[in-house]
Design a protein around this ligand. Structure first.
Ligand SMILES: C[S@@+](CC[C@H](N)C(=O)[O-])C[C@H]1O[C@@H](n2cnc3c(N)ncnc32)[C@H](O)[C@@H]1O
Length: 275
């Protein structure tokens, strides 16, 4: 208790106060993303950099290296820039990688961070080859994969609204894009393989957070988050989860009067540690 009052404790992991540390330990949180900027909204599924910043600040100290093997529009790298961490983001699709680079540039400008000594690098590559990419030993991994091929499904979440606004509803037509693999088992195997290779880049005892959801197709639930957690236990220690709740989404009358279908408004932030 004294540590909380005096904030004197040996902190090997981050630069938070005792109070901030304990607050982050709660196993669920509500985070309603702020409106996405003009560039970020072009991407069909991004997590907020404000959320990424909280994870990066818990799992690293300033100047350490963070990796996101599927960086999309660069939220993890923006979080690194905002909090003084170095970052590497890998993205398959040049269009998203370019947006990530532009957003980083704009943020640097807005925050007048030109003298900042940290680096945030965007690499266009297939994450399946992450083991062949040169990088410093990684202190923390924060990432979110395609939620299987759900964006390809008609009527999935806000797809219709995006289509009306002329926005992309899926990542790409590239066969190397994991969001285009329709076989669930193959998708899981490829994804687990990527994280296994990512593990080779991590320092011993480094943490990895994967933000993911269970998914439904028709009336069948595919427990993607749980399957990933179970399979990755072969390579990492599973350190349980934080549940990200959103309470600003519209409720839909799925199955009304007939059957139980949830309005799923939570994601799992699965936390692993390299042994
Ligand atoms: C859920 S999104 C990540 C969004 C990101 N967190 C953000 O906030 O913008 C998944 C990303 O993985 C990328 N992706 C899919 N297959 C990939 C692969 N084989 N290698 C690298 N990136 C891939 C997609 O293009 C997409 O941008």
């Amino acid at each position: 208790m004294d540590a909380i009052k005096t904030n004197k404790f040996l902190n090997l992991l981050n630069e938070l106060s005792a109070k901030e540390w304990i607050k982050f330990q709660k196993s669920w949180f509500v985070h309603n993303p702020p409106p996405r900027d003009k560039k970020k909204i072009l991407h069909p599924a991004a997590f907020p950099e404000t959320l990424a910043a909280e994870f990066v600040q818990f799992f690293t100290k300033k100047g350490q290296w963070v990796l996101d093997p599927m960086v999309g529009t660069g939220s993890t790298l923006l979080a690194c820039l905002m909090t003084g961490r170095n970052g590497i983001g890998i993205e398959l699709i040049p269009k998203w990688a370019e947006i990530a680079k532009q957003r980083l540039e704009e943020f640097r400008h807005q925050l007048s961070l030109f003298g900042d000594s940290t680096q945030q690098l965007v690499i266009i590559a297939d994450a399946r080859n992450v083991d062949q990419i040169d990088m410093p030993p990684i202190d923390y991994v924060l990432t979110s994969p395609p939620y299987w091929d759900m964006l390809r499904r008609k009527g999935f979440e806000n797809q219709d609204r995006r289509q009306l606004n002329g926005l992309d509803t899926y990542y790409s037509d590239d066969p190397a894009d994991l969001g285009n693999i329709s076989d669930y088992e193959r998708f899981l195997t490829e994804l687990v393989n990527i994280y296994r290779k990512v593990g080779e880049k991590m320092k011993p005892k480094a943490y990895m957070t994967i933000i993911v959801k269970n998914v439904k197709k028709g009336s069948k639930v595919y427990p993607l988050a749980w399957d990933l957690a179970l399979r990755l236990r072969e390579f990492f220690e599973l350190r349980d989860e934080k549940i990200w709740c959103q309470d600003n989404q519209k409720l839909a009358p799925y199955g009304l009067g007939r059957t139980w279908v949830s309005n799923t408004m939570h994601h799992y932030c699965l936390i692993f540690r390299k042994p």
